[in-house]
Design a protein around this ligand. Structure first.
Ligand code: ATP
Ligand code: MG
Length: 516
């Protein structure tokens, strides 16, 4: 849905190519990559591509239900022609599937009253055959539709193909339910028409600096003022950018994120402002930039300190006049966007060094939200966050029982300095939840001072220094311990360690850990 854009935190590794024609096998291995909804769009698009290929279909589309508008919207599609399709529930074949929760296998659109020719008209595509299956949540309500179009070789999709697609939908559904996209859809269902007043979705914390931050968000959210969110890595800048959006009058319009650090400088301008046909080699059609996609909503410019100086002037103009030209274009585009930016860099210093435009700096920090590092939030916030992450990880890993957080483990968590802030705490707890056996003990916490290794000197009594080990040693031993616990399952180990399988493979090689 427009306003439910993903929160990419790190990139998913490339998806494995199908090894056999057993599609469910392919999807299962893809499922193993789900930990976080990183690059969710890209991932879903690849997933839908895979589904279409394995179904011998020409294209596929994944629709999700927008409960506030009672519509379906396409979340991932083979759609070079349109950025998104929206359908009323009940309208078209996908709408029918969403409304009735049944499979539709349509050999031809001819004489088919459920078929909506409008989409073909908009896309210029010709639908010959179509197979659509519902996506159910745990309560068996439909929250999406997976469909494939135009069976290769023609004719009706086979019965066996019907059940195969249904199986894939089930797996995709399980994976999707672990993402915050799904949580947002659910929240939207529970809070129709977005409640008046302020809600901070998943922001946890009651400490004084957090309360001050909530207050500022409440004030700023109601306005269109540009907000600069500052704070150390992993302290919740993106989470607060979302809170600003969902608490603003623009909440039903898109929140679009641009990560300046993730893109090479040459692509940032294109990403933000789009291009006209022929603007550069390969620009075969006009491309919409993020500011255009965010029209009416919020543009979240992450890592703004990385914005190339050559593009800073153009952004300044958007801030001043809400207008710009696409790359290679002369026509002025006007948009209504609210801008929220984030950085962990010292922009004032960058201004002094001539790396960031001063005029842009002042335009951006109309409202400045400084998020505290975790170590300044006090032991109570650490405890609240820890309990929250234990519950979250237990849900994510579908554990029958939530592990108990032992008093000793909690003490260690409170004593640690958390250089990686909330993200580090979240990862630490998830790994402990996976490794623990009903109760999280200090040795389950992958923290340098608390981890005790089987062949390492015994942990020192409090007040004494811990054994000094090279960082690489700690890492190597931790990887080994995790692999051992997970019986050598690399996918599970990579997931528990919150790194990609490729990274794990590289580290195993680096540390000379043998295949077996
Ligand atoms: N107050 C909080 N309550 C609950 N979860 C939080 C909180 N702050 C951060 N998190 C979680 O910690 C992780 C990191 O947060 P986020 O991505 O917002 O940090 P960031 O400041 O943008 O980090 P970076 O500088 O590395 O981009 C996310 O999974 C987020 O959900
Ligand atoms: Mg961030």
């Amino acid at each position: 849905m427009d306003c439910y854009s993903p929160a990419p935190a790190f990139r998913l590794p490339p998806l494995p190519m199908p090894k056999s024609d057993d599609a469910s096998q392919v999807l299962l291995s893809v499922g193993g990559l789900w930990g976080r909804e990183v690059n969710l769009d890209e991932f879903l698009t690849t997933l839908v591509d895979r589904v279409a290929t394995s179904m011998q279909a020409d294209r596929g589309t994944l629709y999700l239900v927008d409960p506030q508008r009672n519509e379906l919207f396409s979340r991932a599609a083979h759609l070079p022609e349109l950025s998104q399709i929206r359908l009323k529930i009940g309208q078209g074949v996908a709408g029918f599937v969403a409304k009735h929760g049944v499979v539709v296998n349509m050999p031809s659109p001819k004489g088919e009253s459920r078929f909506n020719p409008e989409i073909d008209r908009l896309t210029g595509y010709r639908t010959n055959s179509l197979l659509a299956v519902p996506l159910f949540d745990r309560e068996r309500s439909v929250y999406g539709v997976l469909q494939v179009l135009n069976r290769r070789g023609g004719g009706r999709f086979l019965e066996e193909e019907e059940s195969r697609l249904a199986g894939m939908a089930e797996q995709i559904s399980t994976a999707l339910q672990a993402t915050s996209l799904y949580q947002e859809l659910r929240r939207a269902r529970e809070q129709p028409a977005c409640p008046v007043g302020y809600f901070f979705n998943k922001v946890i914390g009651e400490s004084a600096p957090m309360k001050a931050a909530y207050k500022l968000v409440q004030k700023a959210a109601a306005t269109d003022a540009t907000v600069l969110i500052r704070g150390e890595s992993g302290c919740g800048k993106e989470l607060f950018a979302r809170a600003l959006h969902v608490n603003s009058p623009r909440r039903n319009r898109p929140l679009v994120k641009v990560d300046c650090a993730a893109l090479p400088p040459t692509l940032v301008e294109n990403e933000l402002f789009g291009h006209e046909k022929g603007a550069y080699t390969g620009a075969e059609s006009r491309g919409e930039g993020k500011f255009e996609s965010a029209d009416g909503g919020t543009a979240f410019i992450d890592e703004i300190g990385e914005l190339p100086i050559s593009v800073q002037g153009k952004l300044l103009r958007v801030l001043q006049d809400r207008e710009f030209e696409r790359l290679g274009g002369t026509q002025t585009v006007k948009v209504s966007v609210r801008i929220v930016a984030a950085t962990n860099r010292d922009l004032a210093k960058m201004v002094r060094e001539g790396r960031f435009r001063e005029d842009l700096y002042y335009r951006i920090k109309v409202v400045e939200l400084l998020l505290p590092p975790l170590r300044e939030r006090g032991a109570e916030d650490i405890e609240r966050l820890s309990r929250h992450f234990v519950a979250q990880a237990a849900r994510r890993h579908q554990l029958a029982r939530e592990p108990k957080l032992s008093a000793a483990a909690l003490e260690r968590l409170k004593a640690y300095r958390w250089p990686g802030n909330v993200r580090e705490l979240e990862n630490c707890i998830e790994s402990a939840v996976v490794l623990s056996d009903g109760e999280i003990l200090p040795e389950h916490l992958p923290l340098p001072e608390v981890q005790r290794w089987p062949d390492a000197p015994a942990a020192s009594p409090p007040g004494q220094t811990t054994a000094i080990m090279a960082l690489a040693d700690v890492e190597r031993r931790h990887i080994l311990a995790v692999l051992e616990q997970l019986k050598g399952n690399r996918t599970a180990a990579a997931k528990a360690l919150r790194i990609g399988r490729n990274t794990l493979a590289r580290k195993l090689k680096e540390y000379g850990i043998a295949e077996e």
